[in-house]
Design a protein around this ligand. Structure first.
Ligand code: AMP
Length: 112
């Protein structure tokens, strides 16, 4: 499958890895929108949150907990933001579900 994030997970495209386990992979965003900007992706190719199925419920829950773990490991003790963009109106540019973990500074009150 011609998917940028599948290639990053497979190591075919280099990335700055932050975390990995059996089900997910995290790496630094190439164009950071905050002092800390990490992308967390499931190894399973799911195009976006809109395509997630009931069978993905445990995986989605795990991703949330891993976000919190990564934030703690990165020292984001004063808070952080988790965002997932979906589809055209959500301005999703990579069609492989990913969670943006943003922090390391006071973020805009606006969500985008
Ligand atoms: P989205 O716009 O929500 O689909 O987010 C895609 C994100 O992937 C953007 O924040 C990009 O900066 C990031 N990105 C694109 N290519 C790479 C890459 N090769 N390595 C790391 N991050 C990337």
């Amino acid at each position: 499958m011609d998917c940028l994030f599948c290639k990053i997970i497979a190591g075919e495209i280099p990335s700055k890895k932050v975390y990995e386990d059996e089900t997910c992979f995290a790496f630094c965003d190439i164009a950071p929108q905050a002092k800390t900007h990490i992308l967390l992706v499931p190894k399973k190719h799911i195009a976006s949150l809109a395509q997630a199925q009931q069978e993905d419920a445990a995986l989605l829950g795990h991703l949330m907990l891993v976000c919190a773990q990564i934030a703690a490991e990165q020292g984001l003790d004063e808070g952080f933001r988790v965002v997932t963009n979906v589809g055209e109106n959500g301005c999703q540019s990579v069609r492989h579900l990913h969670l943006h973990i943003l922090g390391g500074e006071k973020l805009s009150e606006k969500m985008s």
